[in-house]
Design a protein around this ligand. Sequence first.
Ligand code: ADP
Ligand code: ZN
Length: 616
Amino acid sequence: MRAVASPDLAFEVTNAQHVLQRVFGYDSFRGAQQEIVEHVVSGGDALVLMPTGGGKSLCYQIPALVRSGVGVVVSPLIALMQDQVDALNELGVRAGFLNSTQTFEQRRRTEDAFVSGDLDLLYLAPERLRLDSTLELLDRGEVSLFAIDEAHCVAQWGHDFRPDYLALSVLHERWPSIPRIALTATATDATRREIATRLELTEARHFVADFDRPNIQYRIAPKNDAKKQLLQLLRTEHAGEAGIVYRLSRAEVERTAEFLVANGIDALPYHAGLDKEVRAAHQSRFLREDGLVMVATIAFGMGIDKPDVRFVAHLDLPKSVEGYYQETGRAGRDGLPSTAWMAYGLQDVVQQRKLIELSEGDDAHRRSLSRHLDAMLALCETVECRRIQLLAYFGQQAQPCGNCDTCLAPPESWDGTVAAQKLLSTVVRLDRERNQKFGAGQVIDILRGKKTAKIEQFRHDTLSVFGVGADLSDNEWRGVIRQLLAQRLLAVEGDFGTLVLTESSGEVLRRENPRQVLLRTEPKRTSAPAKSKDRKQAAQDMPPEAEPIFQQLRAWRAATAREENKAPFIIFHDSTLRQIAAIQPSTLDELAAISGVGEQKLAKYGQAVLNALQDE
Ligand code: ADP
Ligand code: ZN
């Protein structure tokens, strides 16, 4: 039985440092981990905000091993519980889970193991905690701590709200003396306050980690033909590598996956409209196979801790910076260089504004959505370092990073006041003189003085503004409109996305002292792959001549993973294999010194790794 694997492995769990080294094979804690672990070990409540890949799991796993009793982990990610438990068992940790995918018999055995204290960690879906039977079960065993993973799911205005999380306040009421640790990678002040209130964690110590993910290169490119641009990116920079492509709609997910497959790239679709079994199969393949591309809606990804996701691509505009940061954070958890790339254009702004207009809920809700979108647009349109903007959103300061598109190729800005006036007055004239509203295409044709059939049909060539914008290209005008929309100096309405003025448009149009409009210059070339100095350096944890050995180790790992029906990274991460390739240990002791090689893995795979190294 899985749930109580390795019962024979008795840890002399004396202290946290010891567990870190022996069980996980790491030499030292990262960032605030040690402080958090000590705080929870000594019985304190904690609210932990750390970026994806920051190392949240250890913050509750180690206290659960050190404290007496079973650590109960609340997680919404039912589909991933098996993997999480497998990975822990692989380390010699006794872990189990209870969820609706199990048979009665499997559940009963896990429950027995919990009650008799034969588990270190028990994973539960939040909806189970609503059941009286679960609460009674927990009373029958000894709980060492409660860990609430993905705690932002309790935030009602957030992007991942799960009603079941609201019931988690019961933990504090029913077991006031058992420490609770809530963890999330979503971290604006507002979200943090909401989590603290709803989970009654007001007394808890807050730990806010550095949110920077320096190994991720952030790039936002102007969108021309998103699918082709994506293909170019995959071919030139990420051939044969694993990645996630996010799309807004299910239909686009399907189309994009088909397009990639037709172009020889191993890609799978994932969205809520697919059968449960298909979804599970695709997710499992993504985790187990090397170099697969997952094309997905945001239904995919939470809790996916595949360490070697090399890129995350957004082909549509995310709804919020929080969502964007969480999604892009799924790249490069192993710390190796990775890309967060997004294609963004005028149509995205129009579409998102329309979605908000049509969204259900009251005005307050719509205002909240608008605020989130505005922050996202500001990030897209910034001429400053993307990372500075991103981190500022989470209340943190940074220096220009040298590893984002604006740092690598600083965009220029220009005074677009006159262009904005021309555009806005075209909208005004259509409305006042003709009582008409049009979308971006027609307005641009008017400005550029094009004699199209539609221009003739509506006699728009007789407007006084006809042709006044011939100095800018179509593309430049689209950039002007996009940025005016982003700055709320222009708005869209209705199904056709017709352009209308906003309350602020008048400030630009007034004769005296018009408001100055600064615009980002539209780049001529579309997606020049950016290379940073740091990027190269970061990859040099392993000398180039070790590459064949690394590949040899990967082949050994792939074969072993297949035999044991596991994801390769559960055996060893790429980063661990790279170090092994670089150091080429010849004894088990030397191997044990490498980060990521704990006792159990050394016992299980140590000799096989040494053999694989000899097989040159
Ligand atoms: P999160 O849940 O915050 O996204 P994880 O807990 O999955 O992050 O950790 C991210 C990666 O970092 C994992 O591969 C984990 O094994 C590794 N890691 C965590 N803490 C340490 C540490 N102290 N030393 C080395 N690697 C670590
Ligand atoms: Zn930068």
